[in-house]
Ligand binder design. Sequence first.
Ligand SMILES: C[C@@](CO)(OP(=O)(O)O)[C@H](O)COP(=O)(O)OP(=O)(O)OC[C@H]1O[C@@H](n2ccc(N)nc2=O)[C@H](O)[C@@H]1O
Ligand SMILES: Nc1ncnc2c1ncn2[C@@H]1O[C@H](COP(=O)(O)OP(=O)(O)O)[C@@H](O)[C@H]1O
Length: 289
Amino acid sequence: MSMAQGGEVWSGTAPAKVNLYLHVVGKRDDGYHLLDSLVVFADVSDALTLARADAPSLAVSGPFAGAVPAGDDNLVLRAVRRLAAATGHPDGIAITLDKRLPVAAGIGGGSADAAAVLRGLARIWDLAADDPRLREVAAGLGADVPVCLDGRTAWLGGVGERLDPGPDLAGIPILLVNPGVPLSTPAVFKARQGGFSPEARFAEARPGLDRLCRLLADRGNDLAEPAGRLVPAVTEVLAALAAQPGCRLSRMSGSGATCFGLFDSPAAARAAASVLAGHGWWAAAGALL
Ligand SMILES: C[C@@](CO)(OP(=O)(O)O)[C@H](O)COP(=O)(O)OP(=O)(O)OC[C@H]1O[C@@H](n2ccc(N)nc2=O)[C@H](O)[C@@H]1O
Ligand SMILES: Nc1ncnc2c1ncn2[C@@H]1O[C@H](COP(=O)(O)OP(=O)(O)O)[C@@H](O)[C@H]1O
């Protein structure tokens, strides 16, 4: 993240969000689901720049540019308009978005972009990082935007607004794999059947990969079954990940269809990435932040 002189231009990244486990623990009267999830971020990201301008604008580039709304529906422009309205600043901000994360993919790309814009605007408009208007606007943009605004490993509760600091998992090698089929979050929640899972937070502050994998063995993603029914490729990706040398755990993230593997070395994650990219899937190796 960097600022040019005078607070006029900001550049930063929007890291992929990964749900290491996701339990659906209840449902609210308005239909939103109550979640218990361990959320982490990976050094695989979109990239953005913000600059003061006469009017709001957005230029999208990158491999997934064609998959996001180009105009006012894009979450990054909504983030500008809402924070401008909440703070009284003019909404003239020119945004560039390098869209490198797949869209409607369970790794919060749109939420991460919106959160990055809020962080950038806070710098340009000189707002304190803990200004409550940032958190309010984030929560109004989407259930996943508050956790992306913090950008740190977190225990997520409620519908996404209850956040507590999570364990230190930095450096664990991860491989993200998406089969190239978009999955709508509401459709996956709607397809979910059955009851609710228990809350399953654990106490270890720095478990390390071995212990983390043992802890996650009986914690899964309650949305993986409905997602796999809607998009059978999810099940194929999970099986292919699990078969890669060095893969210690494989799961789906969020409402899918992106799945991830935790690996015992960066080299093993990179080797698996080239094998799985050979299936025609998007595969990006990195590490937890
Ligand atoms: C499932 C999760 C888990 O981290 O991730 P993604 O798959 O989106 O990455 C999130 O809770 C998603 O957050 P986000 O994508 O911001 O959701 P929103 O736009 O607020 O909601 C989209 C729709 O999903 C459903 N929804 C979302 C969140 C939630 N806790 N319960 C729900 O039932 C609702 O039908 C809602 O209308
Ligand atoms: N900047 C953006 N990046 C990605 N998707 C966006 C963006 N702005 C709006 N959207 C819309 O948000 C929806 C959810 O996208 P995304 O956040 O990538 O999915 P998910 O919440 O499953 O991780 C997409 O259908 C897309 O049309």
